[in-house]
Write a protein that binds this ligand. Structure first.
Ligand code: ITT
Length: 197
């Protein structure tokens, strides 16, 4: 099994989550410091798969190392799957998490609770140093809450409501989120791939 892997992300919350979820695997997640001189990947793919593969492959070829990347999105049924692959910049380039949450709540203003169904999807791409890609995927179904609730996590966590628990991801906290989330499911599958490499 490989001993070390670079996680090609600039999102510190994702680093925390992946370290927690992969902690029982004897594999070092390379520190973000190595990315200081590394140019940001342009996420211009039309799908989560395209963007995840691009992030992983560019870093793998640059560092000549095994690399893992995550591309995630929130797909809201009432909005025909938006924001999806555009989740990070839903309220415009450089927008904050607060901006995207406000925009989504405004777009769903007046929409009844039963029509606010949504899912989070994560695609993980693992790239060999030569650019061969292995994909895994994870999903979680929920609804968009009527207002923000809770403080933990990041992104859409304060408005993503998980019916089985009666709470948003932010209210659930990282331990529960990391046991049921889209990213957790994709990473559990990625773990099986990593064990075989
Ligand atoms: P990297 O590309 O550097 O990994 P990013 O934050 O840009 O980091 P994505 O391209 O996957 O990540 O963007 C997806 C956006 O979806 C992200 O900015 C958040 O707004 C949201 N998102 C992703 N995972 C999430 C999660 O677990 N909880 C809440 N929001 C999430």
């Amino acid at each position: 099994m490989i001993k070390e892997i670079i996680f090609a992300t600039r999102n510190l919350h994702k680093i925390e989550e992946i370290k927690e979820i992969l902690k029982d695997l004897n594999i070092k997640i390379a520190p973000m410091i190595s990315f200081d001189k590394y140019p940001k990947t342009i996420e211009d793919g039309k799908t989560l798969e395209e963007n995840a593969a691009k992030k992983a492959r560019e870093a793998a070829e640059f560092f000549k190392q095994w690399t893992i990347a995550d591309d995630s999105g929130l797909e809201v049924d009432y909005l025909n799957g938006a924001p999806g692959v555009y989740s990070a910049r839903y309220a415009g380039e450089g927008c904050s998490y607060d901006d995207t949450n406000k925009k989504l709540l405004a777009d769903l203003n007046g929409v009844a609770e039963e029509k606010r169904t949504a899912k989070f999807r994560t695609v993980i791409a693992i790239s060999s140093p030569e650019g061969k890609i292995y994909f895994t995927e994870g999903k979680i179904f929920g609804t968009i809450s009527l207002r923000v609730a809770g403080t933990s996590g990041f992104g859409y966590d304060p408005i993503f409501y998980v019916p089985e628990y009666g709470k948003t991801f932010s209210e659930l906290g990282s331990e529960v989120k990391n046991s049921i989330s889209h990213r957790a499911k994709a990473l559990q599958k990625a773990k099986e791939v990593l064990k075989r490499l």
